[in-house]
Design a protein around this ligand. Sequence first.
Ligand SMILES: NC(=O)c1ccc[n+]([C@@H]2O[C@H](COP(=O)([O-])OP(=O)(O)OC[C@H]3O[C@@H](n4cnc5c(N)ncnc54)[C@H](OP(=O)(O)O)[C@@H]3O)[C@@H](O)[C@H]2O)c1
Length: 253
Amino acid sequence: MSSIAIITGATGGLGQEFVSELLKENIHEIWAVARNEKRLSELKAKFGEKVRKIRCDLSNADDLSELFSIIETEKPDIRLLINNAGIGKMGASTEFSDDDIVNEIDINCKSICLLCNHSIPFMSVGSRILNISSASSFQPVPYINLYAASKAFVRSYTRALNVELKSKGIICTAVCPGWIDTEMLQKEYNGKPVKFPGLVSPNRVAVQALRDSAKGRDMSVCTFFVKYEHFLSKILPSKWIMNIWLNGIKDYV
Ligand SMILES: NC(=O)c1ccc[n+]([C@@H]2O[C@H](COP(=O)([O-])OP(=O)(O)OC[C@H]3O[C@@H](n4cnc5c(N)ncnc54)[C@H](OP(=O)(O)O)[C@@H]3O)[C@@H](O)[C@H]2O)c1
């Protein structure tokens, strides 16, 4: 039985760093999940034979069923499941279309729970699940409201799942990074560069996340800056933090 890692959003900024780091581990195959066939092929060309391309739109029920049936047919030894794919849109919640809302919840929340449940039967002692949440999960965040709420869901779900899976020896870690330098971020607004306090490289986040999960931690918070934000979110009223945030984004919304 071959040992595998499944990484969703493997072609993105953070996903590629997970692929690169996992190639150093004793894993036979990395199942790279994303929608764009061309970027999947580029990923395979970059990282080699261990990468298996799986084209799947995580918001599409048929695509998900196909992925689950591959897992059920091949019965791999899943050592790692990294639910990394995620989308986020900035703007007033009332301006989101129905599709915007459903897609974001489907990708950021629903697909994670489904992939966990379809993978856990093929995991054993020492297997690890990393679900990518965000520092935005620490408090409500106006104008990335749906995104932040979806990431709060991921953090809560993952930490509780970690407790539920303790008896099976499976570790679940909610990864809560601050701003990461990837394509997800809109770097310019009205011709002006956007400021991202505490911006870090995706490699730093991936390395820290894998290290924290290997230590059995249910949360991974990368950099002192984000740990400080986490601490503040516990002691300051959410209203204060939301006002600081609103002041920081007043040029963009
Ligand atoms: N960047 C940040 O500042 C930041 C901060 C905190 C947390 N995060 C979280 O970190 C994770 C990775 O983000 P990133 O910054 O690396 O973003 P990214 O560079 O935009 O990558 C997103 C990845 O998700 C895949 N994806 C998007 N929609 C998909 C769908 N419907 N089905 C399957 N795959 C899909 C994309 O591939 P295809 O387009 O080919 O499908 C791509 O591989 C996300 O969960 C994000 O919320 C990011």
